[in-house]
Design a protein around this ligand. Sequence first.
Ligand code: SAM
Length: 242
Amino acid sequence: TDFGFQQVAKNEKQLLVANVFNSVATKYDLMNDLLSFGIHRHWKKFTLAHSDIQQGHHVLDLAGGTGDFTAKLSPLVGENGRVVLADINPRMLAVAKEKLAHFSLLDNVAYQQANAEALPFKENSFDRIIIGFGLRNVTDKNKALRSMLHVLKPGGQLSVLEFSHPCRRSLASAYHFYSFHILPHLGHMIAHDAASYRYLAESIRMHPTQEVLKKMMLQAGFKNVHYKNLSGGIVALHTAKK
Ligand code: SAM
């Protein structure tokens, strides 16, 4: 019947849409792996190990992107816990939903479009906030830090994982060469997109140093601010308490 035909067509379209999203997510994840030589997985594992996530926790995965953190957080907080994956980009949220549907996670994950500068959550909502490779992209970082403090519970922890600044000069110059001369070419070859990877390198260069970010977090009102350099300071994990 006509109905039957339309039904098939509809399912095919859904499949097509799903495939497009999957290919975006897969490409995005593949680029992360290639450009960081797979080390971003280690940086993310380190972040989770230093975020003291417990069963029952309410955790905000801010600027969650394709959901790498959320996939790991969902089983860690368990059935009585909750993970909110928030991202400013609705397409990214759709990609995350589509990808995480394949992970058969617990029914404890929610998706929320949100700007880190003005988080749409009640005061004292979360035990933990993790923002991975997101703060760099936020326009008003001080405003975002204040917004995170507001929605964090007293005693709660914020973990900021972000590209930072290599400590040793030799590493800094090799890294500079990689990010400004090799990375855009790789971006062009693999993703047909040199401009985005040039932007990536520039945004990393402009990002506050480890010490400056620490001061910004203290100024926003966080306590116990510490950071650990990873891969010689190419990346840093800042942790802080409310
Ligand atoms: N956290 C994920 C990870 O570590 O793989 C994704 C990181 S991805 C490089 C950066 C994400 O930040 C993007 O999904 C982007 O949409 C999001 N983003 C950028 N500006 C934002 C803002 N102001 N508020 C919330 N999310 C933002």
